[in-house]
Each structure stands twice: as structure tokens, then as C-alpha cells.
Design a protein around this ligand. Structure first.
Ligand SMILES: Nc1ncnc2c1ncn2[C@@H]1O[C@H](COP(=O)(O)OP(=O)(O)OP(=O)(O)O)[C@@H](O)[C@H]1O
Length: 327
């Protein structure tokens, strides 16, 4: 019998992860003797949103200004598309869209004139009308900048950041001052750009914005990144909460292993890193004992909890609750 040998399996093509669009390594920034950014590192890949969070004065803008090429680093390195954004500005500028925290646009120009003037400095800008449509400003094209509302001005800032079809977008508090509808428009816009492969670094004080947009998040305090990861990873640094109310005279439930009792009762509050088994144990006890757990709530930790813990000076990664011991 004649058999043909099976063709050799194709050798696997090595999948090369895309190079980071933004690489920040041990970045430091000083103002005189004050060090506002103290050795932070992060990467942002094409098609990714990275959010820098932190209370006022944490050092977010100081770090972003170096990424934008507006200020020199005092230490460490920043690369945007492989280039130093300050010393190799020409290579970076046409691919970089920047939204500063506050822009000083001339008030005399109209909205359309402002975008047109800016677009003339760019290599392959979007048509002005398209840029205005993206940010819902078409109806305000002929209005002078000084007459715009705060939210409209912010959307104009965003139009300027987007008109050059940037591969890297740096957005410093992009939706501050925007109403909820405009905020959603901006989220959709940023989401669309990311789907097209842009890399986005943003700061925000709206945690929901970071949750909506960012694949990875870093929370800064006093110039350092205290915790970083996906929103789930960051939330998991904090304990879950169980709350219920006991009727007068009801017996106290035994406290399961791995629970920190925040309030013993009658309004009981527990913190735990083992929500599911703790809840199962509590419910089994309640069923056995015929006890009603009024208003029972079980809530996984949130990004907000982690943010507040960092703001309060905690180091979420270094101060864990006791782990639940195996039974
Ligand atoms: N030009 C400057 N000279 C001296 N100190 C400065 C200067 N700019 C910023 N700082 C200080 O550096 C620290 C970090 O400021 P930065 O603006 O980077 O913080 P931030 O996290 O962006 O705050 P916010 O959320 O309020 O925008 C603050 O203590 C601030 O006072």
C-alpha cells in the first residue's frame, strides 16, 4: 500500500507583541529641591488606554508633561514611539495628540478658525468639519472661542488633540467640566480611537472614567505609583464588605476565619478577602439557627476603595487583611 507522508506541521510563527507606544522608565521630575515625580514606570501599547489616578498634587500632570515633550525629565527615560519626546520632537510631534489641563486658546478666533489654524501645522489632518462633528461642535463652528461654555471649550481642546489622527494621545483630565452626555461622547470617541490602534494615556478624577476606558490603571501618591494593574487587580487589593442587621435578642453569628469585624452588631459589618466562603458560612449558620439577616449586603471591593485607601496613606499591597486559613 502506498502512503503519503503527512506534510510537516507549519512551524509556529512567533507572535511578537507590539512594541509599547509609550515607555516611561524610572521617571523623575524636580521643581528646584522638590521632587514631584519620584521614579515612576509604565508602558502603554497601541490599542490600550492607561490611566494615571491620584489626589491633587500626586504628580500626574508633572509626569504627563514629560511624555508630552513639554518638560525635561530630571531622571529616568521617556520614549514615545521609540523617540525622546523632547529632544526628538520632530519625530514625535505629528503622531502625538495632547490635551492639556488648561489650554490658552485665543478668544478672538472662531471655533472653525481655531481648528483650521491648528490643522495647517499638521501633516495629515482630518477635515475641520469632521473634527468638529466628532466632538459635537458643528453647530458652534462660527462662534468665537471666548463665547464658548467651559464644556464646549473642553470639547474644542479635544478636537485639536484629535485632528492630527494621533497614534498616541495624552489627555490630562479630558472630561473635567463636561456634562454627563458630553462625557459619554468623549468616552466613545476615545474608545473608537483605541479600537483603531491609538495608545492613550489619561489622568482623571472620575474613577468611573478610568473604569470605563482604561485597560490598566496606576494610582499615584506623592510622586510615586502606589498600586498598578487592571481595575480588578487594584480592587482586589481591598477587602470585600458584608453587612447585615440582627434583630434584638438574635444570637451573634460565629465570625468566620479571615474576617475583620468592623462593627459587631446589631448593625454588623465585616471585611474579608474570601467573600464567597464567608458568605456561604454565614448563610448556612443563619439557616441552621433560624436567624434573619436583615438588609444583607455583600459587596466586592471597588476601585474607589483602593483609591481612597491610597489617598489615606495606606499601601494596599503591603497591608493585607489576614488570609482565610484553610479548614
Ligand atoms: N511649576 C511648579 N513649581 C513648583 N512646584 C510645582 C510646579 N508644578 C507643580 N508643582 C508641584 O508638584 C506637585 C505635583 O503637581 P501636579 O500638577 O503634577 O499634580 P497632579 O497630580 O497633576 O494634581 P491635580 O490632580 O491637582 O492636577 C504638587 O505638589 C505641585 O504643587
Amino acid at each position: 500500500m502506498h502512503t503519503t507522508a503527512a506534510p510537516p506541521a507549519p512551524s509556529p510563527v512567533p507572535v511578537r507583541p507590539q512594541a509599547p507606544a509609550v515607555e516611561v522608565t524610572d521617571l523623575r521630575r524636580r521643581y528646584g529641591s522638590f521632587e514631584a515625580v519620584r521614579g515612576i514606570s509604565f508602558e502603554v501599547r497601541p490599542g490600550e488606554v492607561f490611566a494615571l489616578l491620584g489626589v491633587n498634587g500626586a504628580g500626574k500632570t508633572s509626569a504627563l508633561e514629560v511624555v508630552e515633550g513639554l518638560a525635561p525629565a530630571s531622571g529616568g527615560t521617556v520614549r514615545v514611539l521609540g523617540h525622546d519626546p523632547r529632544t526628538e520632537r520632530a519625530a514625535v510631534r505629528r503622531h502625538l495628540g495632547v490635551l492639556l489641563q488648561s489650554s490658552g486658546l485665543p478668544g478672538d478666533l472662531t471655533v472653525a478658525e481655531t481648528v483650521r489654524t491648528w490643522a495647517r501645522t499638521l501633516t495629515a489632518p482630518r477635515p475641520v468639519e469632521e473634527a468638529l462633528t466628532q466632538v459635537d461642535l458643528t453647530g458652534r463652528a462660527g462662534v468665537r472661542v471666548r463665547s464658548l461654555s467651559g464644556g464646549e471649550r473642553r470639547r474644542l481642546d479635544l478636537a485639536l488633540a484629535l485632528v492630527g489622527r494621533p497614534r498616541v494621545l495624552v489627555l490630562d483630565e479630558p472630561t473635567t467640566g463636561l456634562d454627563p452626555e458630553s462625557r459619554r461622547t468623549v468616552w466613545e470617541l476615545v474608545g473608537g480611537l483605541v479600537d483603531d490602534g491609538a495608545a492613550v494615556v489619561l489622568t482623571t478624577h472620575h474613577l468611573e472614567e478610568a473604569e470605563q476606558l482604561a485597560g490598566r490603571i496606576a494610582i499615584m501618591r506623592a510622586g510615586e505609583v502606589v498600586v498598578a494593574g487592571t481595575r480588578e487587580e487594584i480592587a482586589e487589593t481591598q477587602p470585600a464588605t458584608v453587612r447585615f442587621v440582627l434583630d434584638p435578642g438574635a444570637p451573634q453569628p460565629p465570625v468566620p476565619a479571615g474576617v475583620e469585624v468592623v462593627s459587631p452588631g446589631p448593625r454588623v459589618e465585616w471585611h474579608t478577602r474570601a467573600l464567597q466562603p464567608v458568605l456561604a458560612e454565614l448563610l448556612a449558620w443563619a439557616a441552621r439557627s433560624g436567624v434573619l439577616l436583615r438588609g444583607l449586603q455583600a459587596r466586592a471591593a471597588s476601585l474607589e476603595q483602593a483609591f481612597l485607601a491610597v489617598a489615606d496613606g495606606a499601601d494596599p499591597l503591603l497591608t493585607p487583611l489576614p488570609e482565610r486559613s484553610p479548614r
